[in-house]
Design a protein around this ligand. Structure first.
Ligand SMILES: [Zn+2]
Length: 77
């Protein structure tokens, strides 16, 4: 189930705060860190610049945003 920015904007998602760990500053603005998905507990390596845009999709379909939260679309019955 893929969460899109549209789903987030229209509130069709559940949001949970995520844990960020290990911020590594690299040359040329390639700072990265790890986010642990609060839904599937997969740890993703995320570049800071990519978070400034649309966020980062987790393999489970949730979206990590740059504000410390992860959104996952809620399936409607
Ligand atoms: Zn996930």
């Amino acid at each position: 189930l893929k969460t899109t920015s549209d789903d987030i904007a229209t509130g069709r998602c559940e949001a949970r705060s995520h844990d960020r760990s290990g911020e590594y500053s690299m040359p040329a603005g390639k700072t990265y860190f790890y986010i642990t998905c609060p839904f599937c507990f997969d740890r993703s390596k995320v570049y800071a610049w990519s978070m400034a845009g649309r966020g980062k999709r987790c393999p489970c379909g949730a979206m990590h945003d740059g504000l410390g939260r992860t959104h996952r679309k809620v399936e409607r019955k």
